[in-house]
Design a protein around this ligand. Structure first.
Ligand code: FES
Length: 156
């Protein structure tokens, strides 16, 4: 049975009809075709599915879409929406390019969503602090050192 859901995604109000058991991750990817958000483990262990809900980072695979009624969701596709200063790439995206913060790129959208939250929440004062905050975002290519460098660069 479908249930109504109203929320704002990347600055756009969405009036949807969804199965109550669908996760926010599957809603984004399958119903809205926002495939920048990745499915790695689907069990809250890799961080590839990280998005922001009302500004806080969440694993969208662990979030039932119904619980985001009335919320504001931001995905990698909407990181610069509503920010007149950054029309193309967000400064964190620029920094990941500059510092080679990825290899295969699969974990990158989740890494960037966490990285932006890391600075916004004030956990980017030292590389150690950044590593701790980012520890839920797994990179199988091992780009960790470059990711930390990118975040520290944006922070400064
Ligand atoms: Fe959500 Fe891995 S897909 S944490």
């Amino acid at each position: 049975e479908q249930m109504p859901l109203r929320l704002t995604i990347n600055g756009k109000v969405q009036q949807l009809s969804i199965e109550p058991r669908v996760t926010l991750l599957d809603l984004l990817r399958e119903q809205l075709h926002l495939t920048g958000t990745k499915k790695g483990c689907d069990h809250g262990q890799c961080g590839a599915c990280t998005v922001h809900v009302d500004g806080a980072r969440v694993n969208s695979c662990l979030t039932l879409a119904m619980t985001t009624e009335g919320c504001t969701v931001t995905t990698i596709e909407g990181l610069t929406v509503g920010d007149p200063a950054t029309t193309l790439l967000h400064p964190m995206q620029e920094a990941f390019i500059k510092h080679d913060g990825f290899q295969c790129g699969y974990c990158t959208p989740g890494q960037i969503m966490s990285a932006v939250a890391c600075i916004r929440e004030g956990h980017a004062n030292t590389p150690e602090e950044v590593r701790e905050y980012m520890s839920g975002n797994i990179c199988r290519c091992g780009a960790y050192a470059n990711i930390v460098n990118a975040i520290m660069d944006v922070k400064k």
